[in-house]
Design a protein around this ligand. Structure first.
Ligand code: CP
Length: 324
């Protein structure tokens, strides 16, 4: 097994849970990104597994579908040598009337050190954090926050652009229903970026200006001055489809096409958290083109989730603190 990376010297991690980027300071976010960079290097080694979480138990509790977050947390925990267990709500005893909290307490009784929780209800992970002793990691709670997605977006920007401070980042699309937007806003503003929210007025509420964002409704006007575009999915499952006349009209005004990319800065960085709807929020040639870092985001997500599990584990005698 490969040795664990040396943690950054400036890491002073005190949090038990990761519930949102709103709760973290600029220094804490930077510590996660620095730690994730170390784990990114580990993932390039022949031996990708490290002993950091040997003996720890990580449960994935997903009450909503997921491809990237669920598998990435599972692999991150395995790479750190933890035992992992999936909980699938649809085949659980929730259908017999067991409550969310009782379910979590039973999982805790099996020795869960971490619960990675995705739930359609905003605040569900916070509720568990108040009711169980395990460390709770928010893997997306309704339209509230998706902190590890925000962190992996920040990591991708930092690795591609070399910095975050001073960049102009546009979040385009369904801001209203997007937990990714909220985590990005908190993270980007704390790290010194300018944030523009752009989409139809029905999906980009003016109240976001109070957070320090610019709100814009005309993508073609903002595109020439942005360094990064993060294309957010229309959340049809949260009734966002009723917010504009047709998908064709939405794509006409807000879809990222090659023509729009050609009119942007040549080094425009294009992100999308996924899942992507090809032909709706962006065209296939843009999704697969040279400005796109969509799959880099997925790779970086693994390193971010290893870093989060590692930092939350916080045990002074953890094997992760051994150095090469
Ligand atoms: N980006 C993201 O959260 O993807 P999944 O829903 O597939 O986890």
């Amino acid at each position: 097994m490969a040795p664990s990376p040396k943690p950054p010297a400036n890491v002073r991690w005190t949090h038990k849970h990761l519930l949102g980027l709103e709760d973290l300071s600029r220094e804490e976010i930077t510590a996660i990104l620095d730690t994730a960079d170390s784990f990114y290097e580990v993932s390039k080694r022949d031996r990708k597994k490290v002993p950091a979480l040997t003996g720890r138990v990580v449960f994935n509790l997903f009450f909503e579908n997921s491809t990237r977050t669920r598998t990435s947390f599972d692999l991150a925990a395995k790479r750190l040598s933890a035992d992992t267990q999936d909980f699938t709500a649809s085949v659980s005893s929730l259908s017999k009337g067991e409550t969310f909290i009782d379910t979590a307490k039973n999982i805790e009784a099996m020795g869960a050190d971490f619960m990675v929780v995705r739930h359609p209800t905003p605040g569900a992970p916070h509720l568990l954090a108040r009711n169980v002793q395990s460390s709770i990691i928010n893997a997306g709670d309704g339209s509230h926050e998706h902190p590890t997605q925000g962190l992996l977006d920040l990591m991708t920007i930092r690795r591609k652009k070399g910095k975050i401070e001073g960049l102009t980042v546009a979040l385009v699309g369904d801001i209203s229903h997007s937990r990714v937007a909220r985590s990005n806003i908190w993270g980007l503003l704390k790290l010194g970026a300018k944030v523009i929210l752009c989409g139809p007025p029905t999906l980009v509420p003016k109240r976001f200006e109070a957070m320090g964002c610019e709100v814009a409704y005309h993508l073609d006007e903002v595109l020439p001055r942005v360094d990064v575009v993060n294309v957010l999915r229309i959340q049809f499952e949260r009734a966002a489809g009723g917010s504009f006349p047709s998908i064709a009209e939405y794509s006409h005004f807000y879809g990222m096409t090659q023509e729009r990319v050609n009119r942007a800065k040549p080094d425009l960085l294009l992100l999308a958290p996924g899942p992507i709807n090809r032909g709706v929020e962006l065209t296939p040639e843009v999704a697969d083109g040279p400005n796109s870092a969509i799959l880099d985001q997925v790779t970086n997500g693994l390193a971010v989730r290893m870093a989060v599990l590692y930092l939350l584990s916080g045990r002074k005698d953890a094997p992760a603190l051994t150095t090469e």
